[in-house]
Write a protein that binds this ligand. Structure first.
Ligand SMILES: *Cc1c(COP(=O)(O)O)cnc(C)c1O
Length: 384
């Protein structure tokens, strides 16, 4: 979009918000109204009603998010899973087949493995690192390919440019969950993806106080997804829309600081004698460091690590740190520490976790915006 809002930081503050300002209010007001006066709208999707995702708070967020991701259009939803499920149910119809990356976010993995069969859909998992294997997994009814910018909790970085190219060559819709990178670190539309998904609960909002989701892409695809969302009903509440808009304003400041802080913590942990292994794409020891550096402007605020010794050491460390909250989720201002084997991945059998490389003692750290030195000192005392 042209005009004075050229760079990301400026877009975060101003893009999409009505000009002139509403009654001069510097901050976009909350339109806490379920319905609006009829103005001659002719189509169902245009009737101004909160569930139909078209209040002034929705429209401002849609324009802001599209501008941030460099897409034609965007849609906000009631949660990340609402964005993911609504998008997949729009792009796929009964009889269709999806190729998905093997290590998906738990909720997405459950959705495609447990709900798809009942809907007449099928899924096969690909090793998103090995493009030579994808073609053999294509079927005549394959419609889309689904990947994540970085996997959880091992922070693997797939061959994302190759995934987008492969989708284009085989006329598949390419879909990427960009939650872990955020548009500050990665803009998948520029790398050739058709649709970008977010759990806006994480970095976009950034304060661990709402759940929200988003999807960005071409006007034609987003129009179809919005129509489906209007039927399924997962629309974002105006107050949550306001909080998301407020959170977005500081996205670049937060994520750049979190990039730096997480890298310092990863380096510290990697050099600590009590730590066996650190997973963070910003480390030179990470097997996909070069690829991540060529794709991303920063490596994000999430890392994971394993301690030497028995898995119980992980719980001992979680009991000794004083700044991080021991809690699931990520991407907010508070540093959060979790043990995937007992939380996000506890639904998997131990052998399945091990096959995915998730050991019982693995800890995942989402670095917040506290002083890096305080976090380093806290981990030093907790490990010491
Ligand atoms: C949290 C998360 C989701 C789900 O988002 P909700 O807002 O909790 O529905 C999807 N993908 C990724 C990568 C996530 O981290």
């Amino acid at each position: 979009m042209s005009g004075p809002y050229k760079r990301l930081e400026t877009k975060l503050v101003h893009a999409g918000e009505p000009r002139p300002r509403i009654d001069g209010a510097v901050e976009m007001p909350i339109f806490q109204s379920a319905t609006f006066e009829y103005r001659g709208e002719r189509r169902y999707d245009d009737v101004r009603y909160l569930r139909l995702n078209n209040t002034p708070n929705h429209l401002a967020l849609h324009a802001k998010l599209a501008d941030l991701e460099g897409s034609e259009a965007a849609l906000v939803t009631a949660s990340g899973m609402a964005a993911i499920s609504t998008t997949l149910l729009t792009v796929l119809s009964a009889g269709d087949h999806l190729l998905a990356q093997s290590c998906l976010y738990g909720g997405t993995h459950d959705f495609v493995t447990r709900e798809f069969a009942g809907l007449g859909l099928s899924v096969d998992f690909i090793d998103a690192d090995r493009r030579d294997t994808w073609r053999a997994q294509l079927k005549p009814n394959t419609r889309a390919v689904y990947v994540e910018a970085m996997t959880n909790p091992l922070l693997e970085v797939a061959d994302l440019r190759a995934v987008a190219e492969f989708a284009r060559a085989h006329r598949l819709v390419s879909i990427i969950d960009n939650t872990f990178a955020s548009p500050v670190n990665f803009r998948p539309i520029e790398a050739g993806f058709d649709l970008v998904l977010h759990s806006a609960t994480k970095y976009l909002n950034g304060h661990s106080d709402i759940v929200a989701g988003a999807v960005a892409g071409s006007s034609a695809l987003i129009e179809r997804i919005r129509h489906k969302a209007n039927h399924l009903g997962g629309s974002l509440d105006p107050h949550a829309a306001f909080l998301l808009s407020r959170g977005l304003k500081t996205l670049a400041l937060r994520v750049r600081y979190q990039n730096e802080s997480a890298l310092k913590l990863a380096q510290f942990l990697e050099s600590h004698p009590a730590v066996a292994r650190v997973h963070y794409a910003g480390l030179e020891s990470h097997p996909r460091h070069a690829r991540a550096a060529s794709l991303f402007a920063g490596f994000g605020g999430v890392l994971s690590f394993e301690l030497k010794g028995p898995p119980e050491r992980a719980d001992e460390l979680a009991g000794r740190v004083r700044i991080p909250a021991v809690a699931p989720s990520l991407g907010g201002v508070h540093t959060l520490l979790t043990r995937p084997a007992t939380t996000s991945h506890s639904g998997l059998a131990r052998e399945d976790r091990e096959r995915l490389g998730i050991s019982d003692g693995l800890l995942r750290l989402s670095v917040g915006i506290e002083a890096t030195e305080d976090l380093l000192e806290d981990f030093a005392q907790a490990l010491g």
